[in-house]
Structure formats: C-alpha cells, structure tokens
Design a protein around this ligand. Sequence first.
Ligand SMILES: [Zn+2]
Ligand SMILES: [Zn+2]
Length: 352
Amino acid sequence: MKALRWHGKGDLRLDDVPEPTAPAPNEAVVEVAWCGLCGTDLHEFLDGPHMIRTGPHPLTGQGPPLALGHELSGRVVALGGPAPGIEVGDRVTADPVWSCGSCWWCLRGDYHICPRSGSVGLASPGGFAELVTVPLSGLTRLPDNVSDEHAALAEPLAVGLHAVDRAGVRPGDNVLVLGGGPIGTAVVMAARLAGVSGLYVSEPLAGRRELLHGIGVTEVFDPGATDVRREVFLRTARIGPDVVIDATGIPALAAQAVATVRRGGRVVLAGVGHGSVEFDMGQLVFYERSVLGTLGYNFDIPRVIGLMSTGRLDPAPLLTGRFPLSAGAGLFAELAADRARHLKVVLTPKGL
Ligand SMILES: [Zn+2]
Ligand SMILES: [Zn+2]
C-alpha cells in the first residue's frame, strides 16, 4: 500500500509499504478515508524529530521511517478483539493515543498523560496511508449524518474541547484566545459551545484573522497593531477576561496571558511550547490567578462526534483544503511557506 512516511527532517516519501499485519487484541485496522494534517506533522517535517523518537518507541516498539497522520476517519477492516458497538465495515474515527493501560494514570482514566503514551502517526505508523492500525478502545462509530471528512476534524476539535474544560469556562464568561491557527480555532468553537459572552482572539496573520470572522468571534485583534490586553480590558468593564487560552506555545505570550487575565482568572496553556516563561510570583499570588497546562484530549473525541451529529458543532469553517495523499512532501512545504492560507487540510489516499 501507499504511505507518506517521515524518514527524517525535510524527508517525506510516498513509499510502497506492506499492509498492516492482523491486529493484536488491543488494536484495530482502519481503511483510511481522510486524515488531517496537523501542526505537529509540519513541525516534524520542517525541523523534527520532536515527538517522533529516533529509535523504537518504548510502548509500541516502532520507529521511523513511519507514516505521519493522527487525525483520521475511515472504515474498520479488522478488529483485534471485541469493541462494544463496533463491527467490521463501520465508519469510524479514532482516538490515536496508545497508552500502557496499567500505570497509575491509565488506571484512573488519564490515559492521555500516561508516561509511556504515544500517538498513532508519531509512535506508530499513521493515517497518511491506505490502512492504519489504531487503538481498539479509541474507536468511535460515526452516525450517518457525520461525513468522513468532518470526522477527520474530531481530533483537533477534541483538543479545543479539552482545553475549554480545563479552563473551567462557564456560560457568560469572557475568553481571550491567543493564536487563531487550527487549535486556536478549535478552542474558539469549543468556547462558543460553553456559552461564553465575549470571545476575543489575538492573531498576527491577516489571512487567519479573515478566516476567523464568521464563526461567532466577538472581535479579532492584530497584536502587531493593537494593545490586546488593554482592548480586552476595556471591553470587559475594566475587569479583564475570565480565561486566557494560549494556542501558540510562545513563552512570551504565556507571560502576557498571566498579565492579561482578570484577578482570580485562569490561564490555560494549550500551545505545544518549550522554553522558560518569566513572570513575577506576585502576579499569581496577589491576584489569585491560576495557570494550567492542557494536553490533547481525554475521552473527548466521542463528545465531538456527538456535538457534530446533533448539529451543535459545525466543523465546516475549520476545513479549508482537501488534497490527495499523493500531493505528499510538496504540499507540506507549500503549507509551511504560507501558514495563513489554510486552517485545517485533510488528505485522502483514495484520490479526489
Ligand atoms: Zn494533531
Ligand atoms: Zn499508562
């Protein structure tokens, strides 16, 4: 079968590879319909490895070269064990997180922060292929009214839902989101579902600010031209936002988020960032602010599918491009060079 495999930094190849073997009891094999291209995939391509291990992954035993892609939908072709409510032939999406199932975190349901966890498409061959092996326990059957291409967006939307849950967003809250890329947009959509009153976004790229209009954002700011902290302060009766969610991973913006959130407010860091953040301890202590991290999702993908199916969540604005898998490395390079053109693009091995 064809698979778009990561061999190293800047080296993606459309390879002919053997089909997956019969699934183990905790695995299922899915024939891929669509697979979304994630910022993580772009980073692995541009200057990786980051999440990819150069050797075998401690849990899956697999390593590069491997197909990227962890935001997938498709049809079940083999089940390694019983999967309640799911049969071979069903249309599904998958929670791509492999976890050990036996550690302290897994046993209390926090599989997403299992110390040995890894994702399909980073710790095992991913969905940029005709067939993919995924965790059996992560399958969600798709209702007829959720399309394959929208189902491929469930994973990034689950990241937004989880971040908003972590932030404890309540109806009527004012929320500021830093960064209007795919994850920032997923956060915006989830915050709307939580019933916020004011929803503000700070995004430096004009193209992305354009894309954010029309999905119910109160106001989108250009941080290069505006003092975002002051403008949101003025629009929230000189109180400040209840919640600031960073979807950039830029250390300086995390510090800015702390300075921006209201007294008693919550900052949630959702961007995959590295590096030190500096702020005065008093900014937390004297103002009783909280700073939290959020990672991926924890049983949130079925919730997203339910929200799509009931019409509460329209994922369409997030999806800006459809490409064949054969577009390959060229597409990755194009997207990296012009980040404002697209929010989420999906690839299909079946041809358009
Ligand atoms: Zn992703
Ligand atoms: Zn575990």
